[in-house]
Design a protein around this ligand. Structure first.
Ligand SMILES: Cc1cc2nc3c(=O)[nH]c(=O)nc-3n(C[C@H](O)[C@H](O)[C@H](O)COP(=O)(O)O)c2cc1C
Length: 188
């Protein structure tokens, strides 16, 4: 499979980067092709709510002149998509949130019989690293990603939360195995 991974952390060499790296290594071990996109290195602005994208049906049609349209092209070309973010204020880091907002241009007809998406049917999962526990902390992102997947018609393979991530060199031992489990769920 051709898998696109999207790192939404503002820093590399942090927990999210390390966990995503472990997941990518498992994918590569199983002979999948992995293309990492580091959103912090790109320019992806927030959605301007112009709805210009609703005027085109053959392409996403976002008219903002930044890097998001090229990222969408890579997502559309991929067989599967893996999103990764640190938990920020119980939600997505802004680097990834901006892209998710912008993905409104990938969808048309939501809620009706003509509901379509340029990324429909692709397996997708979300990796989340957080300093705290899962309960009462990562529960909101666990609830919201399935709704995003439903909106974009992705095939949601799960939200994988990695709790108790503080020092990158002290990541809990279990997280290595869970990274491989995430890789497996995305590709099976
Ligand atoms: C602005 C900000 C907001 C954060 N909000 C939360 C939070 O709501 N819950 C939590 O458990 N950790 C929170 N954290 C901690 C990070 O999610 C956690 O340390 C994460 O693993 C950092 O990822 P990184 O090393 O890839 O940057 C926050 C950190 C920052 C900088």
């Amino acid at each position: 499979m051709n898998i696109v991974t999207l790192l939404g952390a503002p820093r590399t060499d942090g927990n999210t980067d390390r966990l995503l790296d472990w997941t990518e290594r498992a994918l590569k071990d199983w002979r999948h092709q992995v293309t990492r996109i580091n959103l912090a290195e790109l320019s992806v602005h927030g959605c301007k709510s112009c709805f210009a994208c609703t005027e085109s049906v053959d392409e996403p049609g976002c008219i903002l002149p930044d890097d998001a349209p090229a990222v969408f092209d890579q997502m559309i070309a991929a067989d599967a998509i893996l999103f990764a973010t640190p938990l920020y204020m119980w939600g997505y880091a802004s680097q990834l949130k901006a892209l998710l907002d912008r993905s409104i241009c990938l969808v048309s007809g939501f809620g009706g019989p003509d509901h379509r998406s340029f990324i429909a049917g692709k397996p997708a999962a979300l990796l989340v690293s957080c300093a705290g526990p899962i309960d009462g902390n990562a529960d909101l992102i666990q609830a919201s990603f399935p709704r995003f997947a439903n909106y974009t018609r992705l095939d949601n393979r799960g939200v994988y939360v990695f709790p108790h991530c503080t020092d990158v060199n002290m990541l809990p031992n279990t997280h290595g195995n869970e990274s491989r489990e995430l890789a497996r769920s995305l590709t099976e």
